[in-house]
Write a protein that binds this ligand. Sequence first.
Ligand code: FAQ
Length: 311
Amino acid sequence: LDEAGPARFEELIAADQKVEPADWMPDAYRRTLVRQISQHAHSEIIGMQPEGNWITRAPSLQRKAILMAKVQDEAGHGLYLYSAAQTLGTPREEMYEQLLTGKAKYSSIFNYLTPTWADMGSIGWLVDGAAICNQVPLCRASYGPYARAMVRICKEESFHQRQGFEILLALMNGTQAQRVMAQESVNRWYAPALMMFGPPDDASPNSAQSMAWNIKRFSNDDLRQRFVDMIVPQAEILGVTLPDPDLRWNEERGHWDYGDLDWDEFREVLAGRGQANSIRIAKRRRAHEDGAWVREAARAYAEKQQAREKV
Ligand code: FAQ
């Protein structure tokens, strides 16, 4: 038993320093981190599907190469995040199991369908844009392995956002039909992207404790506001209209006011009744089963190496 552990933990948090895997930490801190980091990893892995849907149909060789690189980055993000979560003592197999059986959550946003090419633009611009707003502060999260993983992830997300913006810009500079396609897509992705930040602060049960532990640095609503303030001028440059009649500059607050979001829709998606929940999980299960031989081969190889080292 590490008697100095609890006091040392409090000191680290008070001094805004990093907690490392071998340090003592409260069970609830460990559980919160495993929950958040594993859900984040699952989001990256499931998040490959909406865009993976367009790799074979990208409109040019260059667009296809860029999209493939982006989807591969998402796989990489998922893998570093599973590694970060494993340092807290939860085996990767257990996290996979939670995802495949529907016990673990992943971001609501990946349960929306991607019927048009413009959706690749909207995902990059709005979904990666929201991801960056949410994740840049996580580079300062108190748990060292999570914070460090976030640094590289955020750099890659910035490239992802720019490529999405550029897809929409090309469409908005294209034909009338392309402009209509871009606007229609932004109409579908705007509100779900705002919901990515989670429930409003007064309905966010985890925020207060996560902020006290320096895991979250800003509340869900503060980050959502930051995102709205960021995308309004970008929408102007693109020439798209954000589908919110209540969007207006508030001189007093120095921020953009925005309309209420449909939190019933959010709850429905979290309950598994979004457009694509069952498609996403079925596809993930199939991919996991198809990959069984790779895991077996890797295990057999590791055992062989270990046996050799013993000789
Ligand atoms: N979807 O008390 P809070 C990406 C759950 S970006 C589903 O406020 P918390 C990049 C929440 O888990 C997307 N569930 O919770 C990419 C909790 O349930 P629980 C992933 C949500 O944790 C781009 C309950 O509601 N990013 O993948 C959502 O303090 C393009 C109550 O909520 C991250 O995961 C939601 N939107 O705050 C990839 C970032 N919101 O667990 C491919 C890290 C809330 O108690 C393509 N995570 N819930 O059963 C976070 O920053 C936080 O976990 C929040 C939620 C802010 C998401």
